[in-house]
Design a protein around this ligand. Sequence first.
Ligand code: ITT
Length: 192
Amino acid sequence: MHTLIFATNNRNKVAEIQSLVGANFTIIPLKEAGIEIDIPEPHDQLEANAHEKAVTIFNLTHQNCFSEDTGLEIVALDGAPGVKSARYAGENSNSQANIDLVLSKMTGIENRTAQFRTVICLIWENQTYYFEGVCKGQILSNMQGENGFGYDPIFVPDGATKSFANMTMDEKNTFSHRKKAVTQLFDFLGKL
Ligand code: ITT
């Protein structure tokens, strides 16, 4: 059995990833590890922010750990909100404010193509590794569904007919960026 600290304060990410973990791994969220810090995300690339989060926690714990940074990249908005997805409508903005801003910027725009991109940074036995998962889809013109978190009510993945927020977690996992990145992570760890 291996133990990995997951360097996140986002309980929705923890729930999604814990639903995917195989029997050989135990994931310890920051809260359970007794770590209460606001992890910095100062960079303009998902990879660099993921690295910053993992290194911050590694330096505190000296234990194997991973982090992930996710962005919603909308073609018609030149890739925004992207790396700023958590704070698109301002430093202390919530999901509703972020969604409202996206929908207002997308008013009248026909090209609704977007993707979620997740980058995982793993620090394992002092070495750093990256894994990426992408989920392509379309931005809706209004919110649909109550499940999930973040931008889920306005995103329909390619191959689906309903938003992520109208799916169960298992359904979302059949499409999701996070599932794809996490699968690579555990495939890699499983081969070590
Ligand atoms: P940590 O940095 O502590 O991991 P965070 O919430 O700040 O948590 P991010 O920096 O990765 O996470 O911010 C990405 C934002 O994008 C997040 O706040 C959500 O609003 C949104 N997001 C991330 N994954 C998502 C998903 O699967 N579905 C919908 N929105 C998502």
